[in-house]
Write a protein that binds this ligand. Structure first.
Ligand SMILES: Cc1cc2nc3c(=O)[nH]c(=O)nc-3n(C[C@H](O)[C@H](O)[C@H](O)COP(=O)(O)OP(=O)(O)OC[C@H]3O[C@@H](n4cnc5c(N)ncnc54)[C@H](O)[C@@H]3O)c2cc1C
Length: 488
C-alpha cells in the first residue's frame, strides 16, 4: 500500500515538474528583462534598429491642419535651401537603415498629419500620410470596412508604408501600391502635384517604394474593402509540400482572405517543419473590434525563445498546439489586422531585433530553403522567426521587388549591439542575398544597409535610372537619407 502511494506521489511530482518547466522559463524571461524605456537623446534621431543614433539639426512635427502643413513645409524647404540643409521624412520609423535620417539634417515627423475621411459611395478613403494603420482600421470599422493591404502589424504610417511599398498577408495580392489610387506630393520647389496612374505617372511609380526621395506625400486615396468574419484554419506540413498545399488550400479556395506560413527554427527539425495558417470568410455576425489587447504571455513566450533552444521548441510546440485549439475560431478581419509591434517587443538593451526579407519565385521555393539552411544553422546571429507570405506581381512601383509572383520569406534575428555581431550580420546578410539572387529572387530595401551597391543593382537592375530620376526631380538632393547616401 505504502509503495503504491510513493509511486503515485512520484508520478505526480514528475508531472508537476514537467508542467512547471515552461512556466519557470517564461518567468525567468520576464525576470531578466529591463523595464527602462529606450529613449533617444535630445538633438538625435534613431529608428527601429536602435543602431542608427544620429545627430540631426532639428526634428519638426508637422501640423495636423491641411492648410498649415502646406505653408509650413514650403517655409522649411526654403529654409533648408538657404542654409544648405537636407530634409529626411519620418513616419513611425520602423525602417532600419537610417531611411528617415540624414546626419545634421532636418527630420520631418509626419505623424500628426493623420486626418481621414471615407467616401461611402466610392469606398475610397482619403487619409493623411502620417496616420497609422491602427487609426485607419478603427475608423473604417465603424463603416463595416477594412484596409485592403497592410503589413503584419498596424503600427506603421501610411506614408512610410507607401514609401517602402510594403506587403502583407492578404491572400495573393500585390504590395500596397495596388491599393493606392492617387496621392498628393509636395515637391522640392513647394509645388503640390497629384500623382496617379493617369496623372504624373512617372512620379507615381517613383514615389511608391521611393523611400522619401522625391517629395513629401500628403493626402492618399486608398481603395478599401469590406470587413469580414474569418474562420481560422491551420495545417502542419513539410516545407517541401508548402507550395502544393498553398495552391490547393489557399489559392484555389475563394473564401480564403488572410494567410501566412511559418518554418520551424529550433535546432531540432531545423527548417524541416512548416505551418500554413489561413482565414476563411464565413457568413456569420462579425465580432466587434476590441481595443488592442495586451498579449504579454504571447510576448514572453516569443522573447523566451531568444538564445534558447528550449524556448524555441517550447514556442513551436505551444504555437502548433494552440493552433489546434483555436482552429475554427472566428475573428473579425479588422481584429486580425490590428496587431501592434509591442507583441514582440525586445526589452533587452544589449540587443536588438532585426528583420530581413527575401522574395523568391515559386519555382525556386524549395531550392531557397535548401540553400539557406546550412548558412542559418552555422551563423552566430540568433534566428527568431521565419514567416512566409505570397506576394503577387507588382505592376506599379519603379524600384520593384516583386517583378513576378513571389513568396516573401521574412526572417527575424536578434543581434547583440556589438561591432562583432554587426560584422557577423553583414557577412550573413551578404550570404543570404547571394542565395536569393542565385534563386532569381530579390531582397527588401527598408532594412539594414549591409548590402553593397553591386548586389543591390543585381536585385534592382533599374536602380541607376531610379537615382538619375531622383536627381531630375530633386536636383539639389534636398530630400535625403542614409539609404540614398548608401546606394546612390
Ligand atoms: C516589426 C516589424 C515588422 C514589419 N513587418 C512588415 C511586413 O509585414 N511587411 C512589410 O512590407 N514590411 C514590414 N516591415 C517593414 C515596414 O513596413 C517598413 O519599415 C515601413 O516603412 C514602416 O512604416 P513607417 O511608418 O515606420 O515608415 P518609416 O520608417 O518612418 O519610413 C520609411 C520610409 O518612408 C519615407 N516616408 C515616410 N513618410 C513619408 C511621407 N509622408 N512622404 C514621403 N516619404 C515618407 C521615409 O523617408 C523612409 O524612407 C516591418 C518592420 C518591422 C520593424
Amino acid at each position: 500500500m505504502k509503495k503504491k502511494y510513493i509511486r503515485i506521489i512520484g508520478f505526480l511530482a514528475i508531472i508537476i515538474l514537467f508542467l512547471s518547466i515552461p512556466i519557470i522559463h517564461i518567468l525567468k524571461t520576464k525576470w531578466n528583462e529591463d523595464d527602462t524605456i529606450y529613449s533617444i537623446p535630445k538633438g538625435y534621431s534613431n529608428d527601429a534598429s536602435q543602431l542608427n543614433l544620429t545627430k540631426v539639426d532639428t526634428i519638426i512635427q508637422v501640423p495636423k491642419d491641411k492648410i498649415k502643413i502646406e505653408s509650413q513645409l514650403r517655409d522649411i524647404l526654403k529654409y533648408a535651401k538657404e542654409n544648405d540643409l537636407k530634409i529626411s521624412i519620418a513616419g513611425a520609423k520602423h525602417s532600419m537603415g537610417g531611411h528617415t535620417i540624414y546626419p545634421n539634417g532636418i527630420v520631418l515627423n509626419m505623424l500628426p498629419y493623420k486626418q481621414m475621411k471615407l467616401d461611402t459611395n466610392t469606398n475610397i478613403l482619403t487619409i493623411g500620410s502620417g496616420a497609422l494603420w491602427e487609426d485607419a482600421i478603427k475608423y473604417l470599422d465603424k463603416y463595416g470596412k477594412s484596409v485592403a493591404i497592410l503589413q503584419a502589424f498596424s503600427s506603421f504610417s501610411v506614408g512610410g508604408s507607401i514609401s517602402v511599398n510594403g506587403h502583407g498577408w492578404q491572400k495573393d495580392l500585390p504590395p500596397i501600391s495596388s491599393s493606392v489610387l492617387s496621392f498628393t506630393l509636395m515637391k522640392e520647389n513647394g509645388e503640390i502635384v497629384t500623382c496617379s496612374r493617369e496623372e504624373n505617372q512617372e512620379l507615381f511609380k517613383l514615389v511608391i517604394g521611393g523611400y522619401g526621395l522625391f517629395g513629401v506625400i500628403l493626402d492618399v486615396n486608398l481603395k478599401v474593402v469590406d470587413n469580414l468574419a474569418l474562420q481560422y484554419k491551420y495545417i502542419k506540413l513539410s516545407p517541401e509540400n508548402y507550395v502544393g498545399y498553398y495552391k490547393k488550400y489557399v489559392s484555389n479556395n475563394p473564401n480564403v482572405n488572410l494567410v501566412f506560413g511559418r518554418l520551424r527554427i529550433s535546432d531540432k527539425h531545423f527548417l524541416e517543419e512548416a505551418t500554413l495558417n489561413f482565414f476563411e470568410k464565413v457568413e456569420t455576425k462579425i465580432p466587434t473590434l476590441q481595443n488592442v489587447k495586451s498579449k504579454e504571455t504571447q510576448r514572453l513566450v516569443f522573447r523566451g525563445s531568444v538564445n534558447s533552444e528550449y524556448g524555441k521548441r517550447l514556442r513551436w510546440d505551444l504555437e502548433t498546439g494552440m493552433s489546434s485549439v483555436s482552429k475554427n475560431e472566428i475573428f473579425s478581419r479588422n481584429e486580425l489586422l490590428n496587431d501592434h509591434v509591442s507583441l514582440i517587443e525586445n526589452k533587452d538593451k544589449s540587443s536588438t531585433d532585426l528583420l530581413q526579407e527575401y522574395f523568391i519565385p515559386e519555382r525556386n521555393f524549395n531550392h531557397f530553403i535548401h540553400d539557406i539552411k546550412p548558412v542559418l544553422k552555422n551563423c552566430k546571429i540568433d534566428l527568431l522567426n521565419i514567416t512566409i507570405r505570397g506576394v503577387r506581381k507588382d505592376q506599379d512601383s519603379f524600384l520593384n521587388y516583386a517583378k513576378e509572383d513571389v513568396f516573401g520569406f521574412v526572417l527575424l534575428f536578434n543581434q547583440k549591439k556589438t561591432t562583432e555581431q554587426e560584422a557577423e550580420m553583414k557577412h550573413l546578410t551578404t550570404q543570404l542575398v547571394d542565395i536569393a539572387l542565385k534563386n532569381e529572387g530579390t531582397f527588401y530595401l527598408p532594412y539594414r544597409l549591409h548590402i553593397d551597391k553591386k548586389r543591390m543593382r543585381k536585385a534592382y537592375p533599374d536602380a541607376n535610372i531610379f537615382f538619375q530620376l531622383k536627381r531630375k526631380y530633386d536636383p539639389n538632393e534636398i530630400f535625403n537619407n542614409k539609404f540614398y547616401l548608401h546606394y546612390k
